[in-house]
Write a protein that binds this ligand. Structure first.
Ligand code: GTP
Ligand code: MG
Length: 328
């Protein structure tokens, strides 16, 4: 696993300098500084940005932004690709084990890289527990269904527990300390903070060899800050932008993205299914695989596959134990 001492410390909010941005056409030291401060610290991140987005972020004209993007793309040789190239890229998709055989089969082998997987369900159903488990299983050897990579954990509800990670790591035969050292953890306090952290996190993807990005939970801040009908459009727009950021991380770095989500348990919802996931169509379209977890009888948890591009719906029963999530 490539690790360099000089790279910035995520927790400390340092400014990792991954590449020399002044190598790009139209980028002097000042623009390079602005790019870096806005989270554009890799050629990849610039190459996949839109001119409008980049122009607004660093305060240049869209024409200049277009030039910078084109230059980054040239460096990376990004452009139209043949179906064969796309096929090859898809062939790189890795399925990361959940550590539960029946759940793996339900979802076609594990959670996929290059896509966003969502787990939604009511309070205490086990979403955070699953997130903890995947933060461990991602680090397992490839022949055990893992990805041998690090994890980025974005915690919006302050429910991340390193002690729990250590416990699960031991159950999977991993060294607890090494496992914890491979998880890059960020607490976020507002939706803006969440957007910013996620942008900055991009600079960590390659240096820290991140294979899984967890957002637990995806929209609690968005929901808390944008209440009422009149702000709904703004919220959804912002959420849409955020989903694109996540998808970018997933595809550019061949990483899996796991997001947790709440159900609409709002008693003022008179119509529709009260167990609907929050976030509406924007979120629904953004995620490729959707799982629903709920409490069943005698403490079991039922996990149901609600959406997949190629797998049938179905469900499995699991238990949450000291050793993590296991088959019921
Ligand atoms: P919200 O974030 O509140 O929406 O809930 P959640 O779906 O994230 O629930 P979470 O994953 O936090 O699940 C909490 C449940 O997991 C608890 O009610 C416990 O039953 C169980 N749990 C958590 N840690 C342990 C543990 O160490 N041992 C056992 N046996 N159960 C645990
Ligand atoms: Mg939770």
């Amino acid at each position: 696993m490539p690790r360099k001492k000089s790279e910035g410390d995520f927790e400390a909010g340092g400014e990792p300098t991954t590449v020399d941005l002044t190598e790009l056409e139209g980028v002097g030291p000042q623009t390079a500084g602005k790019l870096a401060s806005m989270g554009y610290t890799t050629f990849e991140s610039i190459a996949v940005a839109s001119p409008a987005e980049l122009a607004a972020s660093i305060g240049v004209s869209e024409t200049t932004a277009s030039k910078i993007i084109a230059s980054a793309r040239k460096r990376l040789k990004i452009g139209v690709e043949t179906a064969y190239d796309y096929y090859l890229k898809r062939k790189n998709i890795v399925k990361i084990t959940t550590g539960v055989r029946s759940l793996d089969s339900l979802i076609g082998g594990g959670i996929e890289t290059q896509t966003i997987t969502e787990i939604y369900g009511p309070y205490g159903s086990g979403k955070t527990q699953l997130a903890h488990q995947l933060a461990v299983t991602t680090q397992l050897p490839i022949d055990k269904g893992g990805y041998e990579k690090g994890v980025l954990y974005i915690d919006t509800e302050h429910t991340f527990r390193p002690e729990r990670i250590a416990q699960i790591a031991e159950a999977f035969g991993l060294d607890p300390v090494e496992t914890l050292k491979n998880i890059w953890y960020a607490r976020v306090f507002t939706s803006d903070h969440q957007m910013l952290i996620t942008e900055k996190a991009e600079a960590l993807m390659r240096p820290k060899n991140i294979g899984l990005v967890i957002i637990d939970s995806l929209i609690s801040h968005f929901r808390g800050e944008y209440v009422g009908r009149e702000t709904l459009a703004v919220r959804q727009q912002k959420l849409n932008l955020y989903m694109h950021k996540l998808l970018k991380l997933a595809t550019v770095y061949n990483a899996a993205v796991l997001v947790t989500n709440q159900v609409l348990a709002d008693p003022s919802t008179f119509y529709g299914d009260p167990t609907r996931p929050a976030g509406g169509h924007i979120l629904g379209h953004g995620v490729t695989m959707r799982l629903y977890i709920r409490k069943g009888k005698k403490g079991v948890r039922v996990i149901r596959l609600m959406k997949s591009p190629y797998l049938p719906e179905g469900e499995v029963e699991v238990l949450i134990t000291e050793k993590g999530i296991i088959e019921a």
